[in-house]
Design a protein around this ligand. Structure first.
Ligand SMILES: C/C=C/C(=O)SCCNC(=O)CCNC(=O)[C@H](O)C(C)(C)COP(=O)(O)OP(=O)(O)OC[C@H]1O[C@@H](n2cnc3c(N)ncnc32)[C@H](O)[C@@H]1OP(=O)(O)O
Length: 263
C-alpha cells in the first residue's frame, strides 16, 4: 500500500504505508498562525486521522519552517468580545484536546517560533523535538490576555517557578533552556531536525500498535488519578494486553533472537 494523502482547508495529511502520519498546517503566511479557519481545518483532519486504524504515530508540523506555530491569530482576537472570545478559545481547546487524546503518540516538529497558542498546541503533543535555534514563549500577557487551556500542562512539566517565569513575564526562552527545563525532549541542529523526527516516528511505527495505543491511553488516564488508583488501573490493563496477541508475538521474537545468537 502506498502513501495516502488527503487535504482539508488549511491542512494536509499524509499516511505512509508503515503507519507514520504527518499533519501539516497550512495558513496563508509563514508563521503558521492559528486562526479559526486553520483550527477548524486541523480539527477536521485530526478527526479523520483518528478513524484510521493504520496510523501508528502522528507528526504535527507547519508548512513553513520559520515557526511551529507563532500563536493564535492576534488580528482575529483583537476584534472579539467576551462571547466570541469564549467560542474562539473553546475551539482552540478542542483542537489541543484532539491532539492530547489522539490514540497514538503525537510528535511536534518545531523548526522555529513556538509561541502562545502554538506552545499550547505543542504541549498537547506527547513529544517535542526542536531545532536548536527555536524560541519558546507564552507572550499572551504582552497582548493583554492570560495564557490558558493547555498552558495548565506546564507546571507539572517544567515546574512551578519556571512556569511562573514564562507565564508572568511573557519572555521567550531558547531551545537550550527549553531542553534543560524539560519543555522539549530534544533540540538538534536544524539540518538534523527531520532525521531526528523521522527516527523517533519510525521507532514508534515498529512497535506493537495495540501496546502503544494502550500506553498512550494509560498516560492520559493516570493524569486524572491518584498514584494508588493508577497502579490498580494498570494491573487490569496489563492483563488485557495479553488478549491482543502482541505480547506473545514480540516476546517470542525476542526469545528466538536470543536462541539464534547462542547457536
Ligand atoms: C490563546 C492563544 C493566544 C495567543 O497565541 S496570543 C499570540 C501569541 N504570539 C505572539 O504574541 C507572537 C507575536 N508575533 C511576534 O512576536 C513576531 O511576529 C515573531 C517573533 C513571531 C516574528 O517576528 P518577525 O520575524 O519580526 O515577523 P513580524 O514582522 O513580527 O511578523 C510577520 C507578520 O506576521 C504577523 N504576525 C505575527 N504573529 C502574529 C500572530 N500571532 N497573529 C497574527 N499575526 C501575526 C505580523 O503582524 C506581521 O504581519 P505584517 O506582515 O502584515 O506586518
Amino acid at each position: 500500500m502506498n502513501t495516502r494523502t488527503f487535504e482539508v482547508a488549511h491542512a494536509r495529511a499524509e499516511i505512509e504505508a508503515g503507519g507514520i502520519a504527518t499533519l501539516t498546517m497550512q495558513d496563508a503566511g509563514v508563521l503558521n498562525i492559528l486562526s479559526t479557519p486553520v483550527i477548524d481545518g486541523l480539527r477536521e483532519a485530526l478527526a479523520r486521522l483518528r478513524e484510521d486504524d493504520s496510523v501508528r504515530v502522528l507528526v504535527l508540523r507547519g508548512a513553513s519552517d520559520r515557526a511551529f506555530v507563532a500563536g493564535a491569530d492576534i488580528a482575529e482576537m483583537a476584534a472579539l468580545d467576551e462571547a466570541k472570545a469564549r467560542r474562539f478559545i473553546s475551539n482552540l481547546r478542542d483542537l489541543c484536546n484532539a491532539v492530547r487524546h489522539f490514540p497514538v503518540p503525537v510528535i511536534a516538529r518545531i523548526p522555529g517560533w513556538c509561541l502562545g497558542g502554538g506552545l499550547e498546541f505543542a504541549l498537547a503533543c506527547d513529544l517535542r523535538i526542536c531545532a536548536d535555534h527555536a524560541q519558546f514563549g507564552m507572550p499572551e500577557v504582552k497582548v493583554g490576555i492570560p495564557s490558558v487551556i493547555h498552558a495548565a500542562l506546564m507546571p507539572p512539566l517544567i515546574g512551578a517557578a519556571n512556569s511562573a517565569w514564562m507565564l508572568l513575564t511573557g519572555e521567550l526562552i531558547d531551545a537550550r533552556r527549553a531542553l534543560d527545563w524539560g519543555l522539549v525532549n530534544a533540540a538538534v541542529p536544524e539540518a538534523e531536525l527531520d532525521g531526528a523526527v523521522r527516527k523517533l516516528a519510525e521507532g514508534f511505527a515498529a512497535l506493537g500498535p495495540a501496546a502503544l495505543r494502550q500506553q498512550k491511553k494509560l498516560l492520559r488516564r493516570w493524569e486524572t488519578m491518584s498514584v494508588d488508583e493508577a497502579i490498580e488501573d494498570s494491573v487490569a490493563e496489563f492483563g488485557a494486553a495479553f488478549n491482543t496477541g502482541e505480547p506473545q508475538k514480540f516476546m517470542n521474537e525476542f526469545l528466538a533472537s536470543k536462541r539464534r545468537a547462542k547457536s
